[in-house]
Design a protein around this ligand. Structure first.
Ligand SMILES: NC(=O)c1ccc[n+]([C@@H]2O[C@H](COP(=O)([O-])OP(=O)(O)OC[C@H]3O[C@@H](n4cnc5c(N)ncnc54)[C@H](OP(=O)(O)O)[C@@H]3O)[C@@H](O)[C@H]2O)c1
Length: 263
C-alpha cells in the first residue's frame, strides 16, 4: 500500500465525479489505489467511469445518485456511506452563473447556494467525526480563484466560492491537530463541461489547465494547505488584483467583463 492510500484510503468520496475536475480526481485517486464512492446526478456517466476505473485499477467503485441542490442530499450521502471507511472527502461539485446579477434566474441562484455552499458545509460536518475517529485522513474542497475577490458579473458564484474558501481555511486550522489534512483548491480556467454550460467556448480561452493536472497537483499537495491556486497565470493575475486598491480592482474587472461581452 502506498503512503497516500494508507493515509487517505481505503475509500475516497468525490462529489461532482461525473465530469471535469471531479472525474479527474476520481481517475487520479483510482490510480493511487483508493476505492471510490462517486456522487453526481448523471448516473450513466458515473456507471461508465466506475466500470472503467474498476477494470483498469482493480478497485471497488460505488456510485451514488444525488442532486446536491436538494437540502437533504448531503445527509442522505452520509447515511448511505456510514459503513464505509472513508478517509478522504473531495467536495467538488459546483456550477457557476455569469452576467447581470439583477437578471439572473433566482431559482438557479438558490440551487447554486445549495450545491456550492450548503453541500460542502453539511458534508464536512457529517464526515469530520469519522475522520477524527480514524486519526488520519483528508478533506479537499473545490473553490475557485473567484473566491479571492468579489468578481463583478459573477457575483453569486464568486460569493459562493468565498464561502468555500473560508470554510476550508477554518477547517484546516480546526483539524490539523486531529491528523486531518484540509486543502482548498482554487482553480483558474480548467478544461471541463463548466465553460460550455455558461456559453463560453473553451477552445478560444487562454491559460486553460487540464483537469488531470489540476487533480494530480492538488492531491500531491493535500498536506500543504490551507489553499492551493492551481494556475500560475491566475495566481499572478489575482495577486495583482488583490494588491490594488479594492475600488480600482473591482472597476477594472467590471470594465473588462463588459468589454469582453461587447467584442
Ligand atoms: N473549470 C473551471 O474553470 C473551474 C474554475 C474554478 C472552479 N471550478 C470548480 O470546479 C468544480 C468542478 O467543476 P468543473 O469545472 O469540473 O465542471 P463540470 O465538468 O461541469 O463538473 C461539475 C460537476 O458537479 C456536478 N454537479 C453540478 N450540479 C450538481 C447537483 N445539483 N447535484 C450533484 N452534482 C452536481 C456535476 O454532476 P452532474 O451534472 O452529473 O450532477 C459534475 O460532476 C466546481 O465546484 C467548479 O465551481 C471550476
Amino acid at each position: 500500500m502506498t503512503d497516500f492510500a494508507d493515509r487517505y484510503g481505503p475509500v475516497a468520496l468525490v462529489t461532482g465525479a461525473s465530469s471535469g475536475i471531479g472525474k479527474a480526481f476520481a481517475e487520479d485517486l483510482a490510480a493511487r489505489g483508493l476505492d471510490l464512492v462517486l456522487v453526481a446526478r448523471r448516473v450513466d456517466r458515473l456507471e461508465a467511469i466506475a466500470a472503467d476505473l474498476a477494470g483498469r485499477h482493480g478497485i471497488d467503485v460505488t456510485i451514488l445518485e444525488a442532486d446536491l441542490a436538494r437540502p437533504d442530499a448531503p445527509a442522505a450521502i452520509a447515511a448511505q456511506t456510514v459503513s464505509r471507511n472513508i478517509g478522504l472527502l473531495v467536495s467538488n461539485a459546483g456550477f457557476s452563473m455569469k452576467g447581470d446579477h439583477a437578471t439572473n434566474d433566482p431559482a438557479e441562484m438558490t440551487d447554486l447556494l445549495m450545491v456550492n455552499c450548503h453541500a460542502p458545509l453539511q458534508l464536512t460536518r457529517s464526515f469530520i467525526p469519522q475522520l477524527r475517529a480514524r486519526g488520519k485522513g483528508g478533506i479537499v474542497l473545490t473553490s475557485s480563484v473567484e473566491a479571492l475577490i468579489g468578481c463583478p458579473y459573477s457575483a453569486a458564484y464568486s460569493a459562493s466560492k468565498a464561502l468555500v474558501k473560508a470554510l476550508g481555511e477554518a477547517l484546516w486550522a480546526e483539524l490539523r491537530d486531529d491528523g486531518i489534512d484540509v486543502l482548498t483548491l482554487c482553480p483558474g480556467a480548467t478544461e471541463s463541461e463548466a465553460a460550455a454550460r455558461i456559453g463560453y467556448d473553451i477552445s478560444k480561452m487562454a491559460h486553460v489547465m487540464k483537469a488531470a493536472d489540476v487533480a494530480a497537483q492538488t492531491l500531491d499537495r493535500i498536506a500543504d494547505g490551507p489553499t492551493f491556486i492551481s494556475s500560475d497565470h491566475y495566481r499572478a493575475t489575482f495577486e495583482t488584483l488583490t494588491a490594488m486598491p479594492r475600488p480600482d480592482a473591482l472597476i477594472a474587472m467590471a470594465v473588462g467583463f463588459r468589454a469582453s461581452q461587447a467584442s
